[in-house]
Design a protein around this ligand. Structure first.
Ligand SMILES: [Zn+2]
Length: 262
C-alpha cells in the first residue's frame, strides 16, 4: 500500500520518506497512548476490592444454588413423610380390622374354632405390628432429616445475607475506586483521542484490522528482528523499511514494522 502525500498536512517541504516516517511515528505514539489507557482500565478492573467483590458474588451464588437444592430435598422429604403417614393410617385400619376379627372369634363356640385359623390371625397381627414399628422408625428418620434440612436452610440463608452485605460494601468501595480513577482515566482517554487525530486514516484502519487478532499492532524492527514476535526477517525487509514509502508488515506476525532509533 502506497501513501499519497497529504497536502493538507502542510509537509510540502519535507521529503516523501520523512513524511511517511512521521505518519508511522504518529501511529506508534497512538499505540503507546492506547496501551496506557488499556493498562489503566485493566488495573481499575483488577483491584483487590474488585477481586473480593467477585468472590463474594460467587459465594452468594453458590449458597443460592445450595439453598435451591435443600428446598428440593425438603419437598421430597415432606412428600415421603406424607406417604409414611398414609401407610401408618392404613396399618392402623388393618390392625383394627384384625382386632374386630379377634373379638368376633371370641364369641364362637369352642368347637367352631380352628387352631390353624387362630395361628393365622396371630401371625397376621404380628406382621402388622412389625410393619407399624418399621413405619414408626421411618417416620422418626424422615422427621430428623426434615429438622436437619430446616437448620441447613436457615444457616444458608444467614450465609447468603452475610455475603450480600459484604458484596454491597465492596461494591460501594469499588465505586469509590472507580470514581477516584475517573480523572486520570479521562486524561488518558483525551490523550488517546488527541493522538488519534495525528494518525493517517489508512494507517489507522490497518492498525485496527491487525489489533483484532494481535495486541500492539506496531512493532519495532531492530537487529533484523520483529520485536513483536522476535522473528528474524529477511534482508529485503530492511531495504523496504529504508525506502520509507509504504507499510512493511512482519511476514510472521503481520504487525506493522517501525524502525527503532538506534
Ligand atoms: Zn512479527
Amino acid at each position: 500500500m502506497f501513501f499519497r502525500r497529504n497536502a493538507a498536512r502542510g509537509h510540502m517541504s519535507i521529503t516523501e520518506e520523512d513524511d511517511f516516517l512521521d505518519r508511522l511515528k504518529a501511529l506508534w505514539e497512538y499505540q503507546a497512548a492506547e496501551a496506557e489507557l488499556e493498562q489503566m482500565e485493566r488495573s481499575l478492573k483488577n483491584t483487590e476490592t474488585r477481586k473480593k467483590l467477585i468472590r463474594q458474588q460467587q459465594l452468594f451464588q453458590n449458597n443460592q444454588q445450595h439453598l435451591k437444592q435443600l428446598e428440593q430435598e425438603s419437598v421430597i422429604a415432606n412428600n415421603k413423610m406424607m406417604e409414611i403417614s398414609a401407610q401408618a393410617d392404613a396399618l392402623k385400619k388393618q390392625m383394627e380390622q384384625k382386632d374386630a376379627e379377634i373379638s368376633e372369634s371370641a364369641e364362637y363356640d369352642l368347637e367352631d374354632l380352628f387352631l390353624e385359623d387362630v395361628r393365622e390371625i396371630i401371625k397376621e397381627c404380628e406382621g402388622i405390628k412389625s410393619a407399624i414399628e418399621m413405619n414408626k422408625r421411618k417416620l422418626v428418620d424422615i422427621m430428623h432429616k426434615l429438622e436437619k434440612s430446616e437448620t441447613d436452610i436457615k444457616e444458608t440463608l444467614v450465609k447468603m445475607s452475610h455475603a450480600k452485605k459484604a458484596f454491597d460494601q465492596l461494591k460501594a468501595a469499588h465505586s469509590l475506586e472507580l470514581e477516584a480513577g475517573k480523572g486520570d482515566l479521562e486524561k488518558v482517554r483525551a490523550n488517546v483521542a488527541k493522538a488519534a487525530k495525528s494518525v493517517d486514516k489508512e494507517l489507522m484502519e490497518k492498525y485496527k484490522e491487525i489489533k483484532q487478532h494481535r495486541p500492539n499492532p506496531v512493532a519495532y524492527f531492530k537487529n533484523k528482528r520483529c520485536q513483536g514476535c522476535n522473528m528474524e526477517l529477511p534482508s529485503g525487509v530492511l531495504q523496504d523499511m529504508k525506502a520509507g514509502d509504504k507499510i512493511v508488515l512482519c511476514e510472521n506476525c503481520g504487525r506493522i514494522l517501525y524502525a527503532a532509533e538506534d
